[in-house]
Write a protein that binds this ligand. Structure first.
Ligand code: HGY
Ligand code: MN
Ligand code: MN
Length: 421
């Protein structure tokens, strides 16, 4: 495998939307996202593969070796968080492009046409930083989210997904390929592989996740002239809610529940006006659905008490509820054997972060692979993974994809979700 070519492509993509602290800012359907999309499209065309863009901006590079056969999909996402890391998602897309190119060369050199074809995919808006929810493009593709409703989702400036995709020329009209199975490789975004000195993570399940959309409604007034007894300060109440979201984790075993409020909007956001409205998004995750549900119930009860005490109104809505999804045993065993044949250490591991594979695993047998993250840092400019680990991961993905196009997992079926309300 030509590691130098892979590394050259990866480090080139990292220059697109690069920030001054070694991160990237390529939020979904922005000009920077468009630049990586143009790069992906040009690379696919230069490779002689068919390029397709579907109705939610997912991009596919198709290699058809066996006319009419379904496709094994391999890929990830090129969009990033604001001031995010240059590895999250982009690594998996560039790795998939190079894995596909290797398999294409093997088949061209005399390999028999495999049972299944292969497609490389760049999923739209996996990150969900600009347009919520995250994992949008792959969830629409998997039929988990309705496309028309997602196209109407607006960002904080009121621009819709439809307008943004159309504005960068990536509101496609094609249908995606018929899927036989899916594989994705991604940085771990945690510290387990690094701590244990293990090269490859074999993801066996995803954490139960849900978001809370919280609207705090007070009353606007003069910060200087209004008596304290007369104030209905939405920001004071919101601040207490933010701490509640953090503190509820202490009701459970260490690290059993993770939660934060990551997004806050404030109205009218004037230094001389008591806030009338604050909008918050809280993210709650656990390996145990009952823990998230118990934490949610406590938060709703405590917020109700707070609203009364402050004589304000708080609206709380659930959204982006993701049950635990287990990846097929046959895929884990397949990946375990590929790693062993390559002489790589591996271990089974859960993912706390969401991924496109979590959506794809609902419609096609999927394999999700990790490579180590230095310090486990992600969604941060400090995110880092070594060239050596990235190159090893491309070998791993190529080995798994080679099995999948040969028909492995063809008889497997996706597993039902767990922890569904
Ligand atoms: O939602 C997630 O966990 C992903 O990072 N977008
Ligand atoms: Mn990601
Ligand atoms: Mn991410």
């Amino acid at each position: 495998m030509n590691s130098a070519a892979f590394l050259e492509d990866f480090h080139h993509v990292a220059t697109i939307g690069a920030t001054s602290n070694n991160g990237v800012d390529r939020q979904a359907a922005t000009a920077e996202d468009a630049q990586t999309r143009d790069w992906f499209a040009g690379w696919v065309r230069d490779a002689g593969w068919e390029l397709r863009v579907d109705g939610i901006g997912n991009m596919f590079g198709l290699l058809e070796w066996t006319p009419g056969a379904p496709y094994v999909l391999i890929g990830s996402h090129l969009d990033s968080q604001p001031l995010g890391g240059r590895f999250d998602g982009a690594y998996g897309v560039v790795a998939a492009m190079h894995a596909a190119r290797r398999l294409d060369a093997e088949i061209a050199e005399g390999g028999a046409a495999p049972r299944f074809n292969l497609a490389v995919v760049n999923w739209f808006n996996e990150e969900g930083g600009r347009f919520a929810p995250s994992i949008m493009g792959s969830s629409v593709f998997a039929g988990l989210l309705p496309r028309e409703r997602m196209l109407d989702v607006a960002d904080l400036q009121g621009i819709t997904v439809r307008e943004a995709l159309d504005g960068i020329g990536y509101l496609g009209t094609s249908e995606g390929p018929d899927v036989a199975s899916y594989a994705e490789i991604h940085i771990e975004q945690g510290r387990i592989l690094e701590r244990e000195g293990i090269t490859i993570g074999l993801v066996d399940s995803s954490w139960y996740t849900q978001k809370l959309d919280i609207e705090v409604l007070g009353e606007q007034s003069h910060t200087g002239a209004t008596a304290m007894a007369d104030r209905h300060d939405a920001l004071v109440a919101a601040s207490k809610i933010i701490l509640m979201v953090h503190d509820v984790t202490q009701d459970f075993a260490d690290e059993a529940l993770v939660s934060s409020v990551g997004q806050l909007t404030l109205e009218p956001n004037s230094p001389i006006v008591v806030a009338r409205r604050v909008h918050l998004v809280a993210d709650l995750r656990s390996g145990d659905p009952d823990i998230v549900k118990a934490a949610r119930a406590k938060l709703i009860a405590d917020i109700d008490v707070l609203a009364r005490a402050h004589d304000i109104k708080v609206n709380v809505k659930d959204f982006d509820i993701r049950p635990i999804r287990r990846f097929p045993e046959a895929g884990l065993e397949l990946a375990d054997k590929v790693a062993a044949d390559l002489g790589l250490s591996s271990r089974r591991i859960q993912t706390m972060a969401g991924h496109d594979s979590v959506a794809m695993n609902t419609v096609a047998p999927s394999v999700m692979l990790f490579i180590p993250s230095v310090d486990g840092v992600s969604h941060c400019e400090r995110e880092f993974t070594t060239d050596a680990d990235m190159v090893t991961g491309v070998d791993m993905l190529t080995g798994v994809a080679r099995q999948l196009i040969g028909g492995a997992l063809a008889e497997s079926s996706p597993r039902p979700a767990e922890g569904v309300a």
